[in-house]
Design a protein around this ligand. Structure first.
Ligand SMILES: [Ca+2]
Length: 380
């Protein structure tokens, strides 16, 4: 399933996990530096402002990595007028060298598997979630493989997790829950070249082309800012990267250097921990507040469940829905529907639940993160 551009990444219903494991690419490694530098911008450039903090632009990073050079597009994207238009925009807006981008995109591969997969997946998007959908989804994540890996990861990175919790106010178990669902703590970070993924989706996937062209723009800027060869990183079929599967725009806005080595590297466990915590903090996580609460009902449910409708506690109570147990029920609440095998379950999703869905706009996704957080925490 593909969700709206406001999401951090693409939902986990799609197979972002790949059967073939590749050794994670370390950003800024000697291998990348050895790839060669090519001047690619025309200074001076402005400093861009994103999410309240300046992002270094090519005024600081004037070199693109990788010796790409061509005077016209060749390969899978030869004659793609829209790609040529995109390249012109990157030259005009961000000062890239045109021949560098022509050379780079002449190496991009069209990923027909991705397009075929999304064509099928898009057909299954409509309508109410199927009966038993939550049971099936839950079974994919709430297992010993994810929980055991979480306990192991938490023990190995105890200090960084504690530091992230202190600094960002996000409990470590929710950072662990995200990393469990996204990549099983780096076990499956994807094996699609990000360049191919974003070029394919930007120029051959009409339904979300605008969104992916925006991500491709962010990706090229990210590569230049971080000093990496844009043809090297691998990720999900949609271009999500690292242990936390950040899309490029999220990387630029919310990734942090949490191990203090001067680089933001989402394949590094500490940087991934800090980046997920920062993402949550910047998207409204409220320390000490609940995530999801069971509901008692007195019969049929008249309110519409889902993430797109928010309710006050009093409006839920007027509809005959009563939270079970004490606890704060302030702010905008969501009515969550979990379709088990054989029965439906309703819960209150608190503002912190909604914050998890900012990572991936899916009730089931956020509930899997929440339950994994509880399970891993119980074992620590
Ligand atoms: Ca770092």
């Amino acid at each position: 399933m593909i969700t709206l551009p406001r999401t951090h990444r693409l939902p986990a219903e799609a197979p972002s996990r790949c059967p073939v494991r590749l050794r994670p690419l370390l950003l800024g490694s000697a291998v990348l530096l050895a790839a060669g530098l090519t001047a690619c911008s025309s200074p001076p450039m402005r400093v861009e402002q994103t999410a309240g903090r300046p992002v270094q632009s090519s005024k600081t990073f004037r070199a693109c990595v990788g010796s790409y050079h061509a005077t016209q597009l060749t390969g899978d994207y030869a004659q793609y007028a829209r790609l040529e238009q995109f390249i012109n925009q990157m030259v005009d807006t961000h000062g890239f060298e045109r021949e560098y981008l022509l050379g780079l995109f002449s190496q991009a591969k069209r990923k027909n598997w991705t397009l075929n997969y999304l064509a099928k997946s898009d057909q299954g998007l409509k309508g109410r979630p199927a009966a038993g959908g939550w049971s099936r989804y839950r079974a994919k994540f709430l297992d010993e493989r994810h929980i055991g890996a979480g306990v192991d990861f938490a023990r190995r990175h105890r200090a960084a997790l504690q530091r992230a919790t202190r600094q960002y106010g996000v409990p470590q178990e929710y950072i662990l829950g995200i990393l469990a669902v996204e990549t099983t703590f780096g076990g499956f970070v994807g094996n699609h070249r990000v360049l191919d993924a974003l070029t394919t989706l930007g120029f051959d996937y009409a339904r979300r082309g605008d969104y992916f062209r925006g991500e491709l723009e962010s990706y090229l800027l990210m590569a230049r800012e971080e000093g990496i060869d844009p043809a090297r990183p691998v990720g999900s079929f949609a271009g999500a990267m690292g242990l936390g599967q950040f899309m490029p725009s999220s990387f630029r806005k919310w990734a942090v250097d949490f191990n203090g080595d001067g680089r933001r590297d989402l394949w590094n466990a500490e940087d991934a921990i800090g980046s997920v915590a920062n993402y949550f903090a910047q998207h409204g996580w409220q320390a000490g507040q609940p995530v999801a609460t069971p509901l008692r009902t007195n019969g049929s449910i008249s309110l519409e469940p889902g993430l797109d409708n928010s309710y006050s506690l009093s409006s839920l109570q007027q509809a005959g829905l009563q939270p079970v147990g004490a606890g704060s029920c302030e702010g905008e609440l969501r009515l969550l529907l979990l379709r088990h095998q054989g029965h439906d379950q309703y819960l209150i999703g608190h503002p912190n639940f909604y914050t998890i869905t900012r990572y991936n706009h899916s009730t089931y996704y956020a509930m899997a993160v929440h339950e994994l957080a509880q399970e891993i925490s119980r074992r620590l």
